[in-house]
Design a protein around this ligand. Structure first.
Ligand code: AMP
Ligand code: FE
Ligand code: FE
Ligand code: ZN
Length: 288
């Protein structure tokens, strides 16, 4: 491991959800791009993280437990990042298992909507096979639409068919944001609002902070420099943790150029780890 305060990337996806790199390849690539600390934050699963632990040790990259949970707040889907939780925590794992099923049921609802709106006849099974053993999501359906030449590109699929307007018409069964924040804390982890500058205004962010967030993902490729500064100030004023990452999904995918470039200073990683350590210590003291 390199000495001193190095660079971190705490937002990465693998083939366990909608990323293109296997967990092992991603860790190797992180080493090549001189990252000291990373976190694999697949959508609603920690399988990629678990699979990468061995190789991270070999390569000398520090790997923090992580996951990006799709939560609900007043019908909106809010991405919550969780870090440094106890990976064997049964409540957390049961919740993620529920999320996996909720993703399948949500996909069926999206397919029903597409049929109603545009007459497309996709079966749930074909989308699930496109996703292979991964946690199914809209990107897998977008890929299938490209293969079937319904759209010319992945991005077009999102613009035309898979954006917010389709989500507004369905009722997913994801965990509530407030509940998930509590579960993450009970598992000794830290709960961070993902890419807040992408979707929400400051009033919404303040409301989510009131629900008990530990921090904000201030550094994200969807934030321009002004927004990043604003969010960092907000986090500092509210004494919240600051995190960040590239949201890398693989070569040629969304945010590809930022992996190894858009990074977080490890001083923020240290704060994150300290919070989690204190939380775990308090929990074990309460048990005694
Ligand atoms: P889901 O998990 O089904 O909500 O899908 C969310 C994922 O879809 C995000 O993490 C991105 O990887 C991808 N995504 C969302 N919006 C877009 C977009 N406009 N263009 C390309 N990919 C997108
Ligand atoms: Fe994604
Ligand atoms: Fe996200
Ligand atoms: Zn992400």
């Amino acid at each position: 491991m390199r000495q001193g305060l190095g660079k971190a990337d705490l937002h990465l996806h693998t083939t366990a959800s909608d990323g293109a790199s296997t967990p092992a390849d991603l860790v190797r690539l992180a080493g090549e791009r001189h990252l000291n600390t990373i976190s694999i934050t697949d959508h609603d699963t920690i399988k990629g993280y678990l699979d990468a632990a061995g190789i991270a040790n070999e390569v000398g990259v520090k790997l923090l437990p992580g996951v990006e949970v799709t939560t609900l707040h007043e019908k909106n889907e809010i991405h919550l990042l969780a870090y440094c939780f106890d990976e064997d925590h049964s409540e957390l794992n049961n919740t993620l298992a529920g999320q996996r099923q909720a993703r399948v049921n949500r996909m069926q609802q999206i397919l029903d909507q597409l049929k109603k709106r545009s007459g497309f006849e996709f079966s749930l099974d074909e989308v699930i096979s496109e996703a292979k053993s991964r946690n199914v999501g809209r990107p897998h359906l977008a890929q299938l639409m490209v293969k079937k030449k319904i759209v010319a590109s992945f991005t077009e699929a999102f613009i035309r068919y898979l954006g917010r307007s389709v989500l507004d018409e369905i009722v997913p069964e994801f965990v509530q944001l407030e509940e998930m924040i509590r579960i993450v804390k009970r598992a000794g982890g830290a709960a961070i609002l993902a890419h807040p500058g992408r979707l929400y205004d400051n009033k919404e962010i303040e409301a989510y902070i009131e629900l008990g967030l530990d921090g904000l993902e201030c550094i994200h490729p969807a934030h321009n420099f002004e927004r990043q500064k604003e969010l960092t100030k907000l986090a500092e004023n509210r004494q919240l943790l600051i995190t960040g990452g590239s949201d890398y999904h693989g070569t040629g995918k969304e945010y590809d150029p930022y992996f190894g470039i858009l990074t977080l200073s490890e001083k923020h990683v240290n704060r994150l780890e300290r919070l989690s350590q204190n939380r775990k210590r308090l929990k074990s003291e309460m048990k005694q």
